[in-house]
Design a protein around this ligand. Structure first.
Ligand SMILES: Nc1ncnc2c1ncn2[C@@H]1O[C@H](COP(=O)(O)OP(=O)(O)O)[C@@H](O)[C@H]1O
Ligand SMILES: CC(=O)OP(=O)(O)O
Ligand SMILES: [Mg+2]
Length: 401
């Protein structure tokens, strides 16, 4: 029986999991990868093996099944018979001011993490849900929480402040930054494949459903586009990103909006979805743009795509100023890894910095997509948050290996 670590990566649109086999106390090998996706009144479950071959694909009605229970029963049936689960790793979106290092979840820690829900009202419950379920089913199984906020611990104090009355800072209302597990993975990966960018001035662009940029300088996060909440910074699939707070005052006063309406508007109805009026999914927008015959819808889709690229360029400009220059950009996550058009639009707007894109390499999603003479090296690199989490779990379970 081999020892395994199961890692959960709960995001805004899906719950991903990976089963890793641990050999000789440290060697990590991916066995199974899968995900739960929610889609109105059904959920889909997918799993694939080491060779990325699909081994499971099921759809169930949400009112008849609890997706997490379904997932755990599946894991029990498929994994526990042959393997010994030594630990579970979780992506937890918010660690607040105090949780900087990975921590074993105890009932007290769980309460402390739940208390951070006001800082990430949608993400924190989502990322804590698998922790609750596993604690119910096996109290003794070590569960390790790894924080999305932790990588940004190196941001200078001044950049952490929001220009609000000081009492808000005392309440923890300050900037944190997110997607840190993805940035942590990329920072480590760059050390292997591109030490110059790992220790230079590099923008890591995590562009998925949620999206943020990290200004990596000397291997550390110096600044990031998300701040207090996962609503800040770039325009996202259905989130607005940075927005004039006056627009919220307008909604409150002129439309009598309450907390629920604001949450729904800012988290679920804005971004690519809000501007296009069609979809939060980049693939859907690209496919429609090619064939859309309704001129108004076409204009709105084009505006959504253009605004998304414009906001990235604008934020890159700010981060270049903070880093006092730019050596490289790394694109990652669903859109960053797969959408050559967006990369071309962003890089095209940065020609004044000496960035020269290699169009052919970009359309092939090659590892390096800039020309050799470009002053800025641009890379495409798949992120692997689950691997970073698994590495962080290892020290907690050494005595069981
Ligand atoms: N081939 C593709 N071309 C363009 N966009 C893509 C492609 N594949 C995935 N995406 C986009 O990536 C986004 C999801 O990113 P992902 O990192 O998987 O999400 P999450 O934030 O849930 O982890 C969606 O907008 C999706 O349309
Ligand atoms: C913090 C955040 O935006 O996460 P996600 O990309 O999973 O929505
Ligand atoms: Mg994600």
């Amino acid at each position: 029986m081999s020892n395994i670590i199961v890692v959960f990566n709960a995001g805004s649109s899906s719950l991903k999991f990976t089963v890793f086999a641990i050999e000789q106390k440290s060697l990590i090998e991916k066995l199974i990868k899968g995900r739960l996706e929610y889609d109105e009144d059904v959920f889909h479950f997918f799993a694939s093996n080491q060779n990325d071959q699909t081994i499971e694909k099921q759809t169930h009605a949400l009112n008849k099944n609890k997706p997490l229970e379904f997932l755990f029963n599946w894991l029990k049936e498929h994994e526990q018979r042959q393997h010994n689960i030594v630990g579970i790793g979780h992506r937890i979106v918010h660690g607040g001011p105090d949780f900087l290092d990975p921590v074993r979840v105890t009932p007290t820690v769980l309460k402390q993490l739940e208390a951070l829900t006001p800082f990430a009202p949608l993400h924190q419950p989502q990322t804590l849900a698998p922790v609750h379920n596993i604690a119910e089913y096996d109290q003794d199984l070590p569960q390790i929480a790894c924080f999305d906020t932790a990588f940004h611990r190196t941001i200078p104090d001044i950049a952490r402040l929001l220009p609000l009355p000081q009492r808000y800072k005392e309440k923890g209302v300050r900037r944190y930054g997110f997607h840190g597990l993805s940035f942590d993975f990329l920072a480590q990966r760059l050390q292997q494949i591109d030490p110059e960018l790992a220790s230079g001035r590099t923008i890591l662009a995590h562009l998925g459903n949620g999206a943020s940029l990290c200004a990596l300088k000397d291997g550390k996060s110096l600044e990031t586009t998300m701040g207090f909440s996962a609503l800040d910074g770039l325009m996202m699939g259905s989130r607005c990103g940075m927005i004039d707070p006056g627009a919220l005052l307008y909604m409150l006063k002129e439309e009598n909006a309450d907390w629920n309406i604001l949450v729904n508007t800012l988290y679920h109805q804005s971004g690519l979805l809000g501007v296009s009026g069609l979809s939060s999914d980049m693939r859907v927008l690209r496919a429609h743009l090619a064939h859309e015959t309704d001129p108004l819808l076409r204009t709105h889709i084009q505006q959504a795509l253009s605004l998304s690229a414009y906001r990235i360029v604008e934020e890159i400009g700010a981060l270049v100023a903070i880093m006092e220059g730019l050596d490289g950009i790394v694109f990652t996550a669903g859109i960053g890894e797969h959408d050559a058009t967006l990369r071309k639009d962003v890089c095209g707007a940065l020609g004044w910095l000496g960035l020269k894109l290699d169009d052919d390499a970009n359309s092939r999603h090659a590892s390096i997509i800039s020309q050799p003479e470009s002053t800025i090296r641009v890379r495409v690199e798949p992120t692997h948050e689950e691997l970073v989490i698994c590495q962080k779990v290892l020290p907690f379970v050494q005595d069981q290996l």
